[in-house]
Design a protein around this ligand. Structure first.
Ligand code: SF4
Length: 87
């Protein structure tokens, strides 16, 4: 079951971000920026034309670095270029 898109889920992702990324995750980030809207637009998200970028990229928190850490935590399956192989 997918987590809801609210601040409670974000807090949970923040706490679980100390755990490893699921081994069945494949792909790479295509900078679509959709995870920067979970659950509201991040203050550090900057938009230049069609490009999204993080203004604190080098020091971004673990939950951003690891998103989507697991399939259950992935709230952007239609746009995210990470995928999870069926185990
Ligand atoms: S939703 Fe996925 S592809 Fe898009 S910015 Fe986040 S991690 Fe990258």
């Amino acid at each position: 079951m997918t987590a809801p898109n609210n601040f409670k889920a974000k807090i949970k992702r923040t706490i679980t971000s100390v755990l490893p990324v699921a081994k069945n995750r494949t792909g790479h980030c295509s900078n679509c920026g959709q995870c920067c809207y979970l659950p509201k637009k991040c203050l550090f998200l900057k938009i230049k034309g069609a490009k999204n970028y993080c203004s604190i990229y080098k020091i971004r928190p673990l939950n951003c670095r690891k998103y989507p850490r697991t399939e259950a935590e992935c709230l952007t399956p239609n746009t995210c270029s990470f995928h999870f192989k069926k185990e």
